[in-house]
Design a protein around this ligand. Structure first.
Ligand SMILES: [Zn+2]
Length: 268
């Protein structure tokens, strides 16, 4: 793959934010991306934060694989649902939601919510293995940074996920001598991820927007598939629209367009 491919300043998969922009990050053109790995903490994270973008990627033929680290067993709102049923319910919802966006595979690591810091070496190895198996040019995951403007989006699992994924991308996924049994026993060659797209980064770090106007309805439908988490389904589209409304002006888009926001970090 050519690198850099010459797509600078806000290339967008879903809506064509090309041309002069305010961003300075080099972003690989979607046509040069074969595989994306999305690593999130909980079922529904990917759809809430990047569902429109994921739909745009799969529309262009990119293979998108999800890796969901926990079963989100602390989630839900209905006390009548037996808590022991939550992991099964949430995995099924995630599978359905992902398939609505054209995601080709969903892998569940099966950790309990809130437990990602309990076995850091195991999580690290699992993520290095996943990266070497999927061999993505682009990884989408949580920012490891606190966002003080969105405190309640900074779930400890989100921050732990971001830290663990970036630590796996560099150095060990691309170092043949790290976790050497992955190469010797499992035949997993080292792999260099070219870029990481981070969710919920502090506003000052946002450097890329994707126009999701055309995929917004699919995002809403995919979020609605997480029915165990949506107390007011009728108001969901409005809430999602309101949540991302500030991105329109920040992205330099005309009124009425919708965008998802990312911090893109060059990792390759
Ligand atoms: Zn979450």
């Amino acid at each position: 793959m050519a690198w850099p491919p010459g797509s600078w300043l806000g290339y967008s998969s879903a809506g064509g934010l090309g041309g002069p922009g305010r961003w300075t990050v080099p972003v690989i053109a979607d046509r040069d991306v074969e595989r994306v790995l999305v690593v999130v903490a909980h079922p529904d994270d990917a759809e809430f934060w990047a569902g429109g973008t994921v739909a745009g990627w799969t529309d262009t033929g990119i293979d998108v694989t999800y890796c969901v680290l926990t079963d989100g067993d602390g989630g839900g709102f209905d006390p009548d649902v037996p808590r022991g049923e939550i992991p099964r319910i949430r995995r099924a919802e995630q599978q359905e939601s992902a398939s609505m966006l054209g995601v080709c595979a969903v892998r569940f690591l099966g950790s309990s919510e809130g437990s990602l810091l309990d076995a850091p070496r195991q999580l690290h190895e699992d993520l290095v293995r996943m990266i070497r198996q999927v061999r993505p040019q682009r990884v989408l995951t949580w920012s490891p940074e606190w966002n003080w403007q969105r405190f309640r989006s900074c779930h400890p699992d989100h921050l732990a996920t971001g830290t663990a994924v970036l630590n796996a991308i560099y150095p060990d996924a691309s170092n043949p001598f790290a976790l050497i049994h992955l190469l010797q026993d499992e035949g997993l060659e080292p792999w260099t991820v070219q870029e990481a797209w981070l969710l919920n980064s502090p506003q000052r770090e946002i450097n890329h927007y994707v126009d999701i106007t055309d995929t917004f309805d699919r995002k809403v439908a995919a979020v609605l598939a997480h029915a165990s988490q949506i107390k007011d389904p009728d108001g969901l589209a409005g809430r999602l629209r309101e949540r991302i409304a500030p991105n329109t002006a920040a992205a330099g888009l005309p009124e009425g367009r919708l965008a998802e926001a990312f911090q893109v970090v060059v990792t390759g």
